[in-house]
Write a protein that binds this ligand. Structure first.
Ligand SMILES: C[S@@+](CC[C@H](N)C(=O)[O-])C[C@H]1O[C@@H](n2cnc3c(N)ncnc32)[C@H](O)[C@@H]1O
Length: 299
């Protein structure tokens, strides 16, 4: 395939088959949320309400995991050395057995750089078998450049975010399982910073990642099996200006007033109590309720 056949397009078909047709080392960063293998032959709110129009989501778990490994390894091949992929998934249970994304991620070629918790604050499946699971996971996967297994540091304005990302689920979108646009926007803006490049989402659904990439000035590659979602995503990409404000609200959060180095040089609090910080923090300590009682207790 040449560039004109895959850049700034959504290619319709099965993710693994399409990925196999793409050249090596063309992608800078990717973000995706694959089908989760919910098992549509089973009961439960999620199973009846979250159904895709062009695909079923009920493979035997070992086959599902093997396919995800193949897809992730193909994405590894088409990613540039030093590139990253962000893989959104969740912990699932089937008849008491836990399936954790790390089970198959460790079997791929990627370096697992970080596990981020996506705190959605709410989820549809409220049953009492376990405490209410309102979180999902986002894995930052890294393709090493030469012998460097660690990669570059994030700029302070991006690294300032914690490993818990709090975004409520998307509600306006007709797709049954979209993620909010702030999520791919945070990933792409943090990883690419000022650089321009190519962003991929191999299960692009309603095109959320692609819209974020376009707004942030990158080329994109989308893959999706459903004709219905592709049509919707294409309309969304054309009307990307409607979502510029939400993406700008996310990028505006990427600020640091002073870097770690600047605070250290000025002898200010750096997040670790050294002797000088302790002294300063004691000086500034506000009286507590116990101080008040101790002072006023005359008995
Ligand atoms: C969780 S959704 C992704 C939603 C997307 N992040 C968004 O914000 O709209 C997973 C998508 O994968 C698509 N899909 C399922 N099986 C597929 C396959 N074999 N190849 C490509 N896409 C597939 C589904 O149609 C669905 O749109």
């Amino acid at each position: 395939m040449n560039e004109n056949e895959y850049l700034n397009k959504i290619i319709q078909g099965d993710a693994l088959s399409i990925l196999k047709t793409l050249p090596d080392s063309i992608v800078d960063v990717g973000v995706t949320s694959p089908p989760y293998n919910k098992g549509e032959n089973k009961k439960g709110w999620l199973v009846t309400n979250v159904k895709y129009s062009g695909a079923t989501d009920k493979l035997p778990e070992n086959i599902y995991q093997a396919q995800q490994i193949d897809v992730l390894n193909e994405i590894f091949r088409i990613t540039k050395p030093g590139g990253s992929f962000f893989y959104n998934h969740k912990i699932r249970w089937e008849r008491g057995e836990m399936f954790h994304p790390i089970d198959w991620l460790r079997k791929t070629k990627w370096i697992i750089r970080q596990e981020i918790i996506w705190d959605r604050m709410i989820a549809a499946n409220i049953r009492g078998w376990r405490f209410w699971q309102v979180e999902e996971r986002i894995y930052w996967l890294y393709k090493p450049k030469g012998k460097n297994l660690i990669g570059e540091e994030l700029k302070p304005k991006h690294a300032f975010f914690s490993s818990i990302w709090r975004f409520p689920p998307e509600r306006e979108n007709p797709h049954p399982a979209p993620f909010p646009i702030e999520l791919p926007a945070r990933v792409i803006f943090s990883i690419m910073d000022g650089r321009k490049g190519v962003v991929i989402d191999p299960y692009c659904g309603s095109g959320t990642t692609l819209v974020a990439a376009k707004i942030l000035g990158h080329a994109f590659i989308g893959i999706e099996i459903s004709d219905e979602y592709i049509k919707y995503a294409e309309k969304r990409i054309k009307k990307y200006d409607l979502e510029v404000r939400i993406v700008e609200e996310e990028t505006a959060k990427h600020i640091v007033i002073k870097t770690f180095k600047e605070r250290k040089e000025k002898g200010e609090f750096t997040g670790r109590y050294g002797p000088r910080d302790l002294e300063n923090s004691k000086k500034q300590k506000k009286p507590t309720l116990f101080d008040y009682i101790a002072k006023n207790d005359k008995s």
